[in-house]
Write a protein that binds this ligand. Structure first.
Ligand code: GLN
Length: 292
């Protein structure tokens, strides 16, 4: 029996549709198991798929639908901001929304620090996606440190930094604790922010590290912790950039305002039109007045 790439994809789509899972899985898995680039796959759509590739592909489709394993774990990587990141059960799988945080931090760098050499820390780096991507995009000007409480997560982050040739200093420890005595221009963080009592989709709950998902009773535990101590590790003029739960912006801004009463604090929506990022601009009063 010969199977074309088209037939293989149809077959996988059928299985995935029946399971109620997201349809994008079939295409991602086919690209991986065919070892073809997207443009090659379209050209070879009516060609025969080697049977060993087909079998591996269908096996992965079934592992996804029957065993509830995320596509990113089956193929072992995910693209984030155009860079290929290794992922596994030790790290949160980087999400699309987080790419928007990267883009905004890079814009803020240009606006507030253009051309200057600065120190940035990514707190709770997980796969390393925030620190590594920002460093790749601004390699000369940003010195990047990244922390995580999970040494297993940091092993993966270090592997990603090596593969992507990003020079990052990784430190193991809880929140700001490993940063004692150091000062930064930018703090960036996508801490665990799902409220403990929230029911999480089983594909997330069963496969991603809970230490990277849950942020205390109301999901704000780690923001409180960071904002409470941030002044210790921030320079006089500095920026804090957070990703957060879509319904937490107002509360988060009020916590930030409490610790940084003179800061400029604002929230931006992600591409799904959800409040997703909040920025705290500290000590730039002169610049802000200038632009009024
Ligand atoms: N955005 C993730 C989710 O909804 C949670 C990430 C986080 O807690 N930082 O699954």
């Amino acid at each position: 029996m010969t199977i074309t790439y088209r037939k293989a994809l149809d077959e996988a789509n059928k299985i995935i549709r029946k399971s109620g899972k997201e349809s994008s899985a079939a295409k991602l898995l086919l690209l991986h198991f065919s070892r073809l680039e997207p443009n090659e796959l379209y050209l070879k759509y009516e060609n025969t798929m080697p049977s060993s590739d087909y079998e591996a592909f269908i096996e992965a489709v079934l592992a996804h639908t029957q065993k509830n394993i995320p596509v990113q774990h089956l193929i072992g990587y995910v693209y984030f901001y155009g860079y290929k990141f290794i992922v596994n059960e030790d790290v949160l799988i980087p999400r699309f929304e987080t790419e928007e945080l990267v883009a905004n931090v890079l814009m803020l760098y240009d606006e507030y620090f253009a051309g200057k050499k600065i120190d940035l820390v990514d707190i709770g780096t997980g796969s390393g996606c925030l620190a590594i991507t920002i460093k790749k995009e601004e390699p000369e000007n940003i010195v990047a440190v990244a922390t995580d409480i999970s040494s297993d997560a940091l092993k993966t982050a270090e592997l990603n930094a090596r593969n992507l040739e990003a020079d990052i200093e990784f430190l193991t420890g809880d929140m700001l604790e490993p940063l004692n005595g150091r000062k930064f221009d930018i703090i960036v963080s996508n801490p665990p922010y799902i409220p403990e009592s929230e029911i999480v989709d089983s594909i997330i709950y069963d496969n991603e590290p809970h230490v990277a998902l849950f942020g205390g009773e109301d999901g704000l535990r780690f923001y409180r912790e960071i904002l409470f101590k941030a002044h210790i590790i921030l320079k006089d003029k500095a920026i804090i950039a957070f990703e957060h739960g879509y319904d937490k912006a107002e509360e988060l801004r009020s916590i930030a305002k409490h610790h940084f009463p003179n800061a400029l604090i604002y929230t931006l929506k992600d591409m799904q039109e959800k409040d997703r990022m909040t920025f705290v601009i500290v000590g730039f009063q002169d610049k802000l007045e200038e632009s009024d």
